[in-house]
Design a protein around this ligand. Structure first.
Ligand code: ZN
Length: 182
């Protein structure tokens, strides 16, 4: 296991659609190593989600974890490590809600993004089992943020009000009462 370098905005790989994984790839030993590396990297960077392209792997895999002991996100739902492979996202409620988002690939910034408030995500797990999650609120935003990475999109693409893009220092000074993700 090792902590990988997180690619930053400007790296072309962050703007490419990722490839679907084959059953052979999902069942391979390399897959387990990749997930471990992603998990280590995410924890080291204090993130709650990471997508494979962020460490230079152009495949449709993302992980999300909001640890129980996290105090940073006390207001929001906690979740154990979820491994999302080959996801398909369906919007269940078009009505939008906004959160401050951050991204390990866009360090030092926060931006206020509005996204659909309720979604369904279908994906494969490590055992090739199909999983379906219905998500609302903050977790719906976290999943949309991570899944965006698999299709070459970054949160800054969704910022409607450009006055709500901020350096972290100013964010903590002026806006930090609100939930944010990273
Ligand atoms: Zn991100």
């Amino acid at each position: 296991m090792s902590i990988k370098k997180v690619l930053r905005m400007g790296h072309p790989l962050l703007r490419k659609k990722c490839d679907l994984l084959t059953e052979e790839e999902i069942r391979s030993p390399e897959m387990k190593t990749l997930i471990q590396d992603m998990h280590e990297t995410m924890k080291a960077e204090r993130g709650i989600g990471l997508a494979a392209p962020q460490i230079g792997i152009n495949k449709q895999i993302a992980i999300i974890e909001m640890p129980q002991e996290s105090e940073r996100y006390e207001e929001v739902e906690k979740t154990p490590l979820i491994i999302v492979i080959n996801p398909k996202l369906t919007v269940l409620d078009e009505q939008k809600q906004g959160y401050w988002e951050g991204c390990l690939s866009v360090p030092g910034l926060r931006g206020f993004v509005k996204r659909p408030r309720k979604i369904k995500v279908e994906f494969l797990d490590m055992e090739m089992e199909k999983q379906v999650l219905t998500l609302e609120g903050f977790l719906a935003t976290v999943f949309q943020h991570e899944l965006d990475h698999l299709f070459g999109r970054l949160y800054i693409d969704h910022i409607e009000d450009k006055t709500l893009l901020s350096y972290e220092e100013e964010f903590y000074q002026f806006y930090s009462e609100q939930d944010s993700i990273e």
